[in-house]
Ligand binder design. Structure first.
Ligand code: NDP
Length: 295
């Protein structure tokens, strides 16, 4: 069975480079997707309180037969649960739904730019959870350089991970440079550019990009596999999402080929500088806040 290389976080915790993402995976399909992934060799699952499927992720892990201790569980606190006490309670809700005592990596899902002090209080709660051994590593998601600098100024523990939108059409050189400077590992969300195809414009999807397809043909691989290989060779983590068994397996069959330097450069040069997801600075409680149910 294939296994993903391990990335070493800034607190020496080891994290598999490839994991299964479950954003927009309906709860009723999540258990099967997670169990399928773990049986195929995946050892990381990326969920979030706001995805509404943490309970089913836990169920999928238990059904897979893979020991809990061998699986890296990553989840995220939603903005509605920011604040010190609220975030500590957010951890209890997530851990309760997942059915685990300890979470491997807990992230703040988004910075709340207009209520940044709540973001800071939330991060300090993550620091407390880390100190108490309730989580093995802490980090952030969608933090652009300015927000990251503000966070670093007001807190103690440097985030282990910044999970950001990252695919060949939006490769975020500035955010990556800022993260690199502080020893923060990047984990790509929408790593194969799913966000570019959700809009239904197939012509603008990374899956149909002629450069990516040409490289894929050269290696006898698919466009998705080439994009995941690109992340791996750049030393990043990636959490591709699929609910289909054959694609879950395809996305993990990426450890037996190597892209050349010129192929990496060709993929780097596809960046259009246009994000597919929401502008992280535009995420407000008014627009995006919602209740995260109790465990
Ligand atoms: P992905 O780049 O993973 O693309 C997923 C899409 O591509 C789905 O439509 C999937 O459809 C399809 N797909 C999957 N594998 C293949 C394949 N081999 N060939 C062709 N199509 C394929 O994008 P996502 O936006 O889903 O992001 C992945 C994960 O990143 C999320 O699940 C979540 O964990 C994380 N994320 C985090 C965010 C954040 O704010 N922190 C925001 C968004 C995502 P199908 O399921 O039908 O196979």
């Amino acid at each position: 069975m294939p296994s993903a290389p391990l990335l070493i976080l800034n607190n020496d915790v080891q994290m598999p480079a490839i994991g299964l993402g479950v954003f927009q995976t309906p709860p009723e399909e999540t258990t099967a997707a997670v169990a399928t992934a773990l049986k195929a060799g995946y050892r990381l699952v990326d969920t979030a309180a706001s995805y509404g499927n943490e309970r089913e992720v836990g169920e999928g892990i238990r059904q897979s037969g893979v020991d809990r201790s061998a699986v890296f569980i990553e989840t995220k606190i939603w903005i509605s649960d920011y604040g010190h006490a609220e975030t500590l309670h957010g951890f209890e809700k997530s851990a309760g739904k997942l059915g685990v005592e300890q979470i491997d990596l807990l992230l703040l899902h988004q910075p709340l730019t207009v209520a940044f002090e709540r973001t800071i209080d939330a991060y300090k709660a993550l620091e407390q959870l880390l100190g108490d051994g309730k989580v093995r590593a802490i980090g952030v998601s969608n933090f652009m350089p300015e927000r990251l600098a503000a966070l670093l100024e007001q807190t103690e523990v440097v985030p282990a991970v910044n999970q950001i939108e990252l695919h060949p059409y939006f490769s975020q050189p500035e955010a990556r440079a800022a993260d690199d400077e502080h020893g923060i590992l990047n984990q790509a969300w929408s790593p194969i550019g799913g966000i570019t195809s959700y809009r239904g414009e197939q012509a603008t999807s990374t899956f149909n990009d002629p450069t990516i397809r040409e490289i894929a043909d050269r290696h006898g691989k698919t466009a998705a596999q080439v994009m995941l290989r690109w992340h791996l060779q750049h030393g990043r983590g990636a959490v591709p999402k699929s609910t289909r068994a054959e694609r879950i397996e395809e996305n993990f069959d990426v450890f037996d080929f190597e892209l050349s330097e010129s192929e990496l450069v060709a993929l780097d040069s596809l960046d259009k500088g246009v994000r597919g997801g929401p502008d992280p600075d535009a995420v407000t409680l008014e627009a995006f806040g919602r209740d995260i149910p109790e465990a």
